[in-house]
Design a binder for this molecule. Structure first.
Ligand SMILES: NC(=O)C1=CN([C@@H]2O[C@H](COP(=O)(O)OP(=O)(O)OC[C@H]3O[C@@H](n4cnc5c(N)ncnc54)[C@H](OP(=O)(O)O)[C@@H]3O)[C@@H](O)[C@H]2O)C=CC1
Ligand SMILES: O=C(O)CCC(=O)C(=O)O
Ligand SMILES: [Mg+2]
Length: 738
């Protein structure tokens, strides 16, 4: 039975689903389209991992695993909303909430002391960080702002902070001893299995990873970040930020890079709080405090210490903050700093937000201040330096005239760094790490020191071929120049460039402008064009896919929520992601405090439009095509009439925006003549909605202004959430009549 699989996730998008999905189900149910929900929320992923700890009626199926299998099926049609990629503090919060709800789950063992605890930790570690997207992304990525969205932004520009040429904001990055500078890369002539081993200085060998199977034509690269070099760099940056009076702000991707980046974050904690760790390091370690989990976790855990010790350490922390450089704040009102929680400072969203805001972040007083953006590894930091330099020279971008930068990203099958966490190791002792093939040949080796972070990445040949093809087809379809963002002088990129050069001639590229530029040159080239109103496709690897699909959307249209984000699956199915942003925890906070949800579902509307079109084509279902086309019309009208959620309470919010989308969708279905059944059904519905518009709008505003009780954060009570998100009796009755 053909279906569309719709994911139920977390936080703001999950709340939005409570309001939007009933509309979608009502609109599609007469058209032979089944919409099935798959629950991949953090809470349900935890529950489904521990059936042996739970009562029969508490258990859940592993929907993520099912969806992952489904993604390899030619029939796959999946709508994927953003989900939480949990840091350890978030994972622990979710476990605690479930335990309070009567789920007898084990605690997360920070330092497992026996085999049972080790096994529990390894189960939890599979849920940690970016554990969803890599499973579903069996294809490369095509993200862009549709024309209607771009035109809307040109007519209704978002605010854009002015840039001054004497801004002190800058990016600080290592440039030596880091992942970029130590990278080695090869392309496999034949398939083989490799093992990763550490040959210690005393000659003993320990196996870091037993087996990684590699295919012919696959590119592997390995590299190491020197702990000594990292610490020296971080200390220098702390001192420099203090001396030059700029905010110290760390930018990482601790979710996707769930092994390496929390360790780097921990070193930044220790560099900033050098004196605290020098004085209390042993006490903190004995209390099981791991700096990798951030300041909030540290402060929480101090409660477990004797009261006098606790206040002594707290005072020293306060002192360190008072005497250290100003820290960039995540929430100045609540005193949440950039070092509080590793998942609060996700580079893809935080750097563009800073660039949009005159290159400033917020200080402890809630005032904007010039910033030192610390991005330790230099592989990609240069694109932000180039962007910041461009803004210093030319001023802020102008959303009313600027061009657009769609992205074609190499992502399939856990490509590159974003698939490296199971091959990333914090090195236990000095020696040599070697990648050794099945015949005993050493393919790559690095000498390492205790505490260094070593990692290996892979990218298979088939995804690369598919990526090159997607790039050419997007360049052709949109008649837009395409730039491969690859650096000849970087080991991995130079292997990739050989393949790009080999596969491009397999396509008809006549008349197309396709070039390969280093990320920094590509940034400069693209920014020059964007300023002149010209469009340029960025064709990038997986990390830049992530960074660029927040950077350009946030500058161009104010948010990455408005992106069309398609993953043409390599086996023929479709994965339709909703926007390019995250799950906006801030929005849930506002909703529970004042009953106003400002989550913008444009990404969902766009994803559903293409999903319906895909469904229609695949199964020759004309109604699905008509529904998809009508939805696209409705989305355009939605933009023209400015029905996106406002940020302020007692104004149109997510729920109201969904009502207007439904109204326009019904109108469009009523006015088409391709499917007369749909025309008749939605003729009535649209009349009714129009007639009752003010009543419904009033009910939806009426519902705002007071705090909301959802019965949980990670696992809200289903009934309470549905009730909170569907407060208009009148609208519910209209939908029920379908
Ligand atoms: N595809 C996925 O599954 C993704 C998941 N994530 C996860 O989301 C969580 C939060 O990540 P974070 O980096 O803070 O990024 P978010 O994108 O969730 O939030 C950054 C800011 O972007 C704005 N924003 C994002 N989406 C929307 C939307 N639909 N409507 C309106 N505004 C929006 C909001 O800013 P404001 O309201 O202030 O304007 C928000 O505070 C993490 O757990 C992260 O791992 C992150 C990226 C992608
Ligand atoms: O999966 C995640 O953790 C985040 C994904 C993301 O930021 C993206 O794909 O743009
Ligand atoms: Mg992203």
């Amino acid at each position: 039975m053909p279906k569309i699989l719709y994911t139920k996730t977390d936080e703001a998008p999950a709340l939005a689903t409570e309001s939007f999905l009933p509309i979608v189900k009502a609109f599609t149910k007469t058209s032979g389209i089944t919409i099935e929900t798959k629950d991949i929320s953090l809470a349900t992923r935890i529950i489904s991992t521990f059936p042996d700890f739970l009562k029969e009626d508490q258990r859940a199926t592993n929907d993520l695993m099912e969806l992952g299998e489904m993604a390899k099926n030619p029939d796959a049609n999946i709508i994927k909303l953003p989900n939480i990629s949990a840091s350890i503090p978030q994972l622990k919060e979710a476990i605690e909430e479930l335990q309070d709800k009567g789920y007898d789950l084990p605690n997360y063992p920070d330092e497992p002391s026996n085999d049972t605890e080790k096994e529990i930790k390894s189960r939890y570690d599979k849920i940690k960080g970016s554990a969803v997207n890599p499973v579903l992304r069996e294809g490369n990525s095509d993200r862009r702002a549709p024309r209607a969205i771009k035109n809307y932004a040109k007519k209704n520009p978002h605010s854009m902070g002015a840039w001054s040429s004497d801004s002190k904001t800058h990016v600080a990055t290592m440039g030596s001893g880091d992942f970029r500078s130590n990278e080695k890369s090869i392309t496999l002539a034949n398939g083989t299995d490799v093992r990763i081993e550490l040959v210690q200085a005393n000659g003993e060998t320990s196996i870091l990873k037993e087996k990684v199977s590699l295919l012919e034509g696959e590119i592997i690269d390995a590299t190491v970040l020197s702990k000594k070099a990292l610490i020296a760099f971080l200390k220098e940056q702390v001192a420099d930020a203090r001396n030059s009076g700029v905010l110290f702000s760390l930018h990482m991707k601790a979710t996707m890079m769930k092994v390496s980046d929390p360790i780097i974050f921990g070193h930044a904690m220790e560099a900033y709080f050098e004196d605290v760790f020098a004085k209390h390091g042993a006490t903190l370690a004995a209390a099981g405090i791991n700096p990798n989990n951030g300041l909030e976790n540290l402060l929480d855990k101090l409660n477990e210490l004797p009261a006098d010790k606790k206040s002594e350490i707290e005072a020293d922390i306060k002192n360190a903050i008072a005497n250290g450089p100003d820290l960039a704040m995540v929430n100045s009102d609540k005193g949440i700093t950039n070092l509080h929680v590793p998942s609060d400072i996700i580079i893809d969203a935080s750097m563009p937000a800073m660039i949009r805001n005159s290159g400033q972040m917020w200080n402890a007083e809630g005032k904007p201040q010039d910033t030192k953006a610390v991005i330790p590894d230099s592989s990609y930091a240069g694109i932000y330096t180039a962007t910041i330099d461009f803004c210093k020279k030319h001023g802020a971008f102008d959303p009313t005239t600027m061009g657009t930068v769609p992205n074609v990203g190499l992502m399939a099958q856990k490509a590159e760094e974003y698939g490296s966490h199971d091959k990333t190791f914090e090195i236990a002792s000095n020696g040599t790490v070697r990648v050794v093939d099945a015949s005993g040949n050493t393919l790559i080796e690095h000498s390492v020191e205790q505490g260094d972070i070593w990692r290996m990445c892979q990218v298979k040949d088939a995804p690369i071929k598919d990526w090159v093809k997607l790039a050419v087809s997007r360049a052709r379809a949109s008649q837009t120049p395409a730039v491969f963002w690859l650096a000849e002088d970087r080991a991995h990129d130079s292997e990739l460039i050989k393949k790009v050069n080999a596969y491009l001639p397999e396509h008809d590229t006549a008349g197309l402008d396709i070039r390969i530029l280093s990320p920094i040159k590509a940034t400069e080239f693209t920014l020059e064009r964007i300023k002149e109103g010209k469009d340029t496709i960025s064709v990038s690897g997986n990390v830049l896919r992530d960074y660029l699909t927040d950077l350009f959307p946030i500058l161009e249209v104010g948010t990455s929520a408005k992106m069309l984000s398609i993953v043409p699956l390599m086996n023929g199915g479709g994965l339709f992601e909703t926007g390019a942003g995250g799950s906006a925890p801030k929005h849930v906070e506002q909703f529970t405090e004042e009953g106003h949800l400002r989550w913008d579902s444009l990404g969902e509307f766009l994803a559903l439009g293409v999903s319906l079109e895909f469904f229609g084509e695949k199964y020759n279902n004309l109604k699905a095509k008509v529904l998809g086309d009508a939805l696209d019309d409705a989305t355009e009208k939605f933009l023209l009439n400015d029905k996106s959620p406002s940020r302020k309470v007692k104004e149109l919010d997510t729920r109201g925006s969904h009502f207007y989308l439904a109204l326009y969708w019904a109108e469009s279905l009523a006015s088409q003549d391709i499917d007369l059944e749909l025309k008749a059904v939605f003729g009535k519905i649209s009349e009714e909605m129009k007639l009752k518009e003010s009543e419904i709008a009033a009910e939806l505003i009426e519902a705002q202004g007071q705090s909301q009780e959802l019965g949980g954060y990670y696992k809200p009570d289903a009934e309470k959430a549905a009730k909170a998100m569907r407060p208009s009796k009148t609208l519910n009755a209209v939908l029920n009549s379908l």
